[in-house]
Write a protein that binds this ligand. Structure first.
Ligand SMILES: Nc1ncnc2c1ncn2[C@@H]1O[C@H](COP(=O)(O)OP(=O)(O)OP(=O)(O)O)[C@@H](O)[C@H]1O
Ligand SMILES: [Mg+2]
Length: 239
């Protein structure tokens, strides 16, 4: 199997501070892959490095065999890599519908209605709130909108940074169920960053553990879930 996304020896810095110290990671077509780790480990930095901001100082980001390390973010989006960044960055002043329209730009207009119905099936709540401004949605609704907006671009790779952050268990379950369903029915490839290691590894096929900008462990999710060092550091009392 050749990787859809391949991160090879990536080092990323903020000024002189090294946030990623030689990361190797792969996401294959049709997989859900989770990246777990403590606060400040470098998870969001890796996600952002895929989009080139910050850019990798060393190493390569390769998508479908193509080196995108130095590609501009809007070109990367056109390759149908979509991200729902940490902190649900939706357009606060735009309505739910306008946010979804923004997401659909790279997918083209012809699928708009169909894609809209698809995200409404996943998140019926959004359909009820079509004209409401993004900024006035609840935290869970904003997270749904951030993911729905990413889906409107018909992504070949969906990047999710902490989709469960600050949400009630029931909403987290809804969101994770939606991701699982998209993966199973449409083969959507997902790379998910999560502090909620238990939920993330239950969802994902494979996982990576990051500590201080380095991958320290990787393997099938079930195997990681059973490992003592993972349980002790990321699971005990954590779920
Ligand atoms: N813009 C920035 N300027 C300087 N340092 C930064 C910047 N963004 C992140 N860092 C630092 O880089 C390191 C990795 O941060 P990052 O946000 O990638 O961690 P994370 O694993 O996503 O953490 P969390 O689970 O808290 O979201 C941290 O030490 C952080 O303080
Ligand atoms: Mg983060």
């Amino acid at each position: 199997m050749s990787a859809l996304l391949s991160i090879r020896g990536v080092h990323t810095y903020y000024g002189n501070i090294r946030a990623l110290a030689g990361v190797d990671l792969e996401v294959n077509q049709g997989e859900i892959v989770a990246l777990i780790g403590s606060n400040g480990a470098g998870k969001s930095t890796l996600m952002m490095t895929i989009f080139g901001a910050p850019r990798a100082r060393e190493g390569h980001v390769v998508f479908e065999g193509r080196d995108i390390t130095r590609m501009a973010a809007h070109h990367i989006a056109r390759l149908r890599i979509a991200q729902s960044p940490e902190g649900r960055r939706i357009f606060a002043r735009m309505s739910v519908l306008e946010n979804l329209q923004m997401g659909s730009v790279v997918a083209g207009a012809e699928h708009f209605e169909e894609d809209l119905e698809r995200v409404f099936t996943l998140f019926p709540r959004l359909k009820e709130r079509l004209t409401q401004r993004g900024g006035t949605l609840s935290g869970g609704e904003q997270q749904m909108l951030a993911i729905a907006r990413a889906l409107m671009s018909r992504p070949r790779l969906l990047l999710l940074d902490e989709p469960s952050l600050g949400l009630a268990p029931l909403i987290v379950k809804q969101i994770f169920d939606a991701i699982r369903q998209l993966n199973q029915t449409e083969g959507l490839t997902v790379f998910i960053v999560e502090q909620n290691a238990y939920h993330a590894l239950k969802l994902a096929h494979r996982g990576y553990v990051m500590v201080n900008g380095r991958i320290t462990l990787s393997g099938p999710s079930a195997e990681l879930l059973s490992r003592e060092e993972v349980r002790a550091a990321y699971l005990e009392g954590g779920h």
